[in-house]
Design a protein around this ligand. Structure first.
Ligand SMILES: [Zn+2]
Length: 112
């Protein structure tokens, strides 16, 4: 997988975890986990973000705001964000080091 793409997928997972913790109620707060755990995750998030190309990071943020998930897997030649067909030629282009976005919804694609 494209190294930047790998970072984006990891970042997206991390953001999901952070969101989950933030949405969880007082139960975690009582255990003192919430604040401490969140801080660590946010530090790790910042580290990841620093490794990602700023332009790509901008795209990622815009897409995340719009869709919730900016990076989606292609399964059975379909974008799992909008279910549009993805040309098979996209796979080889991505393997060659280029990031591909869904032509229909614009999400960044990866092949799991
Ligand atoms: Zn799509």
């Amino acid at each position: 997988m494209h190294p930047q793409l790998q970072l984006l997928v990891a970042l997206q997972d991390m953001m999901g975890m952070i969101r989950e913790i933030e949405e969880q109620g007082s139960e975690l707060e009582d255990m003192g986990f919430k604040t401490e755990g969140l801080e660590k995750l946010k530090e790790a998030q910042a580290e990841l973000e620093a490794k990602i190309d700023p332009q790509l990071m901008g795209q990622f943020r815009r897409l995340t705001k719009k869709f919730g998930r900016a990076v989606v897997p292609v399964i059975g030649n379909s974008c799992t964000g909008c279910f549009a067909q993805i040309p098979t030629s996209f796979v080889s282009k991505t393997n060659a080091g280029r990031l591909q976005r869904c032509e229909s919804c614009g999400r960044i694609l990866y092949w799991p």
